[in-house]
Design a protein around this ligand. Structure first.
Ligand code: NI
Length: 177
């Protein structure tokens, strides 16, 4: 389909809650899903939410085998998730570095729940339910935040741990030095 421009932090679309999907017609969903996939791949992302390409639907996708943006992280199966819901399974919270295609060139240290269960439907309307932890749980929380109009910088506790990836790389990937 097409690579779309990714909306950036400051766009009102990214700050607004997205709408529940009721119509699962292929003619509506598939073009958007293809555009999201093409855009995510072009940008080297591991997840994307529909509002990032200007579509205010509760639709996210994520997954990767190996990622240059997140080296060393365990693979996540490629997943399309519509109307996702998250249940927190443990109050344990961990901080780790995140980036976002809508906040290009930046990284921040973001607290997320360690263990969640998520549930939603794929593009065929089939239900997906998984209990996950670690990076997988982090990615899903990040993408679901987009559907509520929240970007990761809003979650950062210490803004000294927010900045340009180039400047922060000694903190993000210390083992590489
Ligand atoms: Ni994002």
């Amino acid at each position: 389909m097409a690579i779309k421009p990714v909306l950036r932090m400051g766009s009102p679309v990214l700050a607004s809650p997205s709408k529940q999907v009721h119509d699962f017609s292929k003619s509506i969903l598939l073009p958007i899903i293809r555009d999201m996939l093409d855009t995510m791949k072009d940008e080297g992302g591991i997840g994307i939410a529909a509002p990032q390409i200007g579509c205010n639907m509760r639709l996210i996708m994520f997954g990767f085998d190996e990622s240059e943006r997140y080296p060393g992280e365990e693979a996540i199966p490629f997943t399309v998730l519509i109307n996702p819901e998250i249940e927190i399974l443990s109050q344990q919270i961990t901080e780790d570095w995140e980036g976002c295609l809508s906040v290009p060139g930046m990284r921040g240290l973001v607290p997320r729940y360690d263990e969640i269960r998520y549930r939603g439907q794929d593009e065929k309307g089939q239900w997906i339910e998984r209990s996950v932890s670690g990076f997988h749980a982090r990615v899903v929380q990040h993408e679901c935040d987009h559907l509520d109009g929240i970007l990761y910088p809003e979650r950062i506790k210490n803004l000294k741990k927010f900045g340009f990836e180039e400047e922060l790389k000694h903190l993000i990937w210390p083992e590489d030095l």
